[in-house]
Design a protein around this ligand. Structure first.
Ligand code: SAM
Length: 243
């Protein structure tokens, strides 16, 4: 009785791990956000397993049934359309219910969009906050106001048709000169990483038809004077807190 969360490629199909393939081959059934999307990947991997749908519209109804199956001794794997299940994708409810019911849960390491975006950004990544998608309407301004003083690099998921509006709101909240990056189509043929102040990113993307999947990283606010220095600023006094 075990639930595996299995990350799948975010673009490049070679990014599936050997262990992910082994687990998908060995489980009793696979739960998929979209059975058609995952069906394509499973056929590519020559894996034939019962495939059941598990998505945000049915997760509340199906969680108890899945917990019952796991308690009967079944081993299940959860996959999402791309990347790591549970990261801006369904998964959290099932994981929480499994833990409550003493069912083993194991998330395999593997593809997720925010890690390559953050590392590619060139922005400080010793500390960061993953913000996922901002609320679209209600709560959006409140969330932005909460982030105004954030000192860690912030990572956001965004859709192409909202990118410009979001970058403009970031410029209003954090200042137009705040360093940021936009990573588009990571791991795919037309991968693009644009880095610069928010004002430059706005000018660049305003001239384009924006397509594909996007991650936006925004550097945090400079720490106010008297606060601890960022570790990347100067490592000569690395151990100053240890004394
Ligand atoms: N579970 C996924 C993960 O682990 O990253 C995220 C799923 S979320 C529904 C989809 C969002 O992830 C996209 O709108 C985009 O912001 C980001 N994303 C996924 N694949 C991407 C890619 N290849 N390049 C850039 N962003 C990507």
């Amino acid at each position: 009785m075990k639930l595996y969360l299995v990350p799948t490629p975010i673009g490049n199909l070679d990014d599936i791990t050997l262990r992910a393939i082994k687990i998908l081959q060995s489980v009793d059934a696979i739960l998929a956000e979209d059975t058609r999307t995952s069906g394509v990947l499973l056929r590519h991997l020559n894996i034939s397993k019962p495939l059941h749908s598990y998505h945000i519209f049915n997760e509340h109804q199906t969680v108890q049934r899945l917990v019952a199956q796991l308690k009967e001794g079944k081993t299940l794997a959860l996959v999402s359309d791309a990347g790591t299940p549970g990261i801006s994708d369904p998964g959290f409810l099932l994981v929480r219910e499994c833990i409550k019911n003493n069912i083993q849960v194991e998330c395999l390491p593997g593809p997720t969009a925010f890690v390559p975006a953050l590392v590619n950004s060139g922005l400080p990544n010793d500390r960061f906050t993953f913000e996922g998608f901002l609320p679209h309407k209600k709560g959006r301004q409140t969330r932005l106001a909460e982030l105004a003083g954030e000192e860690r690099t912030m990572v956001f998921y965004e859709s192409p048709h909202r990118l410009l509006k979001t970058l403009q709101q970031f410029a209003d909240t954090f200042g137009a000169e705040r360093p940021a990056s936009v990573s588009r189509e990571l791991t795919k043929l037309f991968e693009e990483n644009q880095r610069g102040p928010l004002s430059e990113l706005i000018t660049y993307f305003a001239q384009k038809t924006i397509k594909g999947e996007l991650v936006v990283c925004v550097q945090g606010k400079e720490p106010s004077r008297g606060k601890a220095k960022r570790v990347y600023d100067n490592d000569s006094d690395d151990n100053e807190d240890d004394e």
